[in-house]
Design a protein around this ligand. Structure first.
Ligand code: ZN
Ligand code: FE
Ligand code: FE
Ligand code: ZN
Length: 279
């Protein structure tokens, strides 16, 4: 279906995903993806939580598993070694030390935590009731900018994850989004259109369409990711992501190797290939 990459794929090691890694690879082949990358959650540097990330002692085995699959599927489907790392201010050094230990093809940076509150964790949803939603959004975008400026990451994931459960700000936050796009541009990070929001209470991709436009106008490069936590989610709803991206003016997506952009894939070619009749 899609001649694209999916760089946002989890594994069972994180404690909240299902299926074998091979099943994710097979699903990607079924969908006709050009290339994929695993990006399981990097162990949290602040504390252990087996329902959120693998333990640090599992990291070598995770890397080995990805490299083994890379060999197994050589010539069939390129498989990249990636990781999704939390941005936790004050812990940049610890995060860097963990990241430095391996030769990632790309590192995805995520804000899931605002001052020790995992705001997107269903176990902590109750805490939204005691929060000012506008404040939460402002804190979130501030952390997002700092994550990009930290230099730790190549790609910033789901850049309005804060809307996951459907909490919407009262305030007009266009200014925040503008500033965030400028910060991304300066930091040289790519952003992700993440289709997993369609499977969450908010029922909308991350980020909102209006933000995709702002990011495009600021020349922030783009990748598309599914955030698959189950094999069947690999490449899911990519047609919708491509539609948003092209409508906003995006023409291409990036290919990463060794934490560098080594190629660009046209989104248009994707559309053409998609229209080609299949037997
Ligand atoms: Zn996850
Ligand atoms: Fe995430
Ligand atoms: Fe993820
Ligand atoms: Zn994610």
């Amino acid at each position: 279906m899609h001649y694209l990459t999916d760089y946002h794929i989890h594994t069972r090691r994180c404690g909240h995903a299902a299926g074998e890694m091979e099943e994710y690879v097979e699903a990607a082949i079924q969908r006709g993806l050009k290339e994929i990358g695993f990006s399981d959650h990097l162990p949290l540097v602040t504390h252990r939580d087996p329902e959120l990330t693998m333990g640090e002692e599992e990291l070598p085995q995770y890397v080995e598993d990805v490299l083994r699959l890379q060999e197994k599927y050589r010539g069939v489907l390129p498989i990249k070694l990636g990781v999704e790392a939390d941005f936790i201010p004050g812990y940049e050094e610890q995060t860097l030390r963990l990241l430095e230990a391996y030769e990632w093809d790309y590192v995805i940076g995520s804000v899931h935590i605002i001052s020790e509150w995992e705001f997107d964790d269903p176990r902590r949803i109750g805490e939204w009731d005691s929060r000012d939603v506008d404040d939460v959004y402002r804190c979130y975008f501030d952390l997002l900018r700092r994550s990009a400026e930290s230099g730790l990451f190549d790609i910033i994931a789901h850049p309005d994850l804060v809307k996951k459960f459907g909490h919407r700000p009262q305030a007009d936050l266009r200014e925040e989004i503008e500033r965030t796009a400028e910060s991304f541009r300066k930091a040289g990070v790519a952003i992700e259109i993440n289709t997993s929001g369609l499977r969450k209470p908010v029922g909308e991709m991350y980020p909102a369409y209006s933000a995709v436009e702002v990011l495009q106008q600021h020349d922030v490069p783009l990748i598309i990711g599914s955030d698959a936590h189950r094999p069947e989610e690999v490449g899911q709803d990519f047609d919708r992501a491509v539609a948003w991206a092209t409508q906003a003016g995006y023409r291409e997506t990036l290919v990463f190797t060794g934490r560098r952009v080594v190629d660009r894939l046209p989104l248009n070619e994707t559309e053409k290939r998609q229209q080609r009749p299949t037997a």
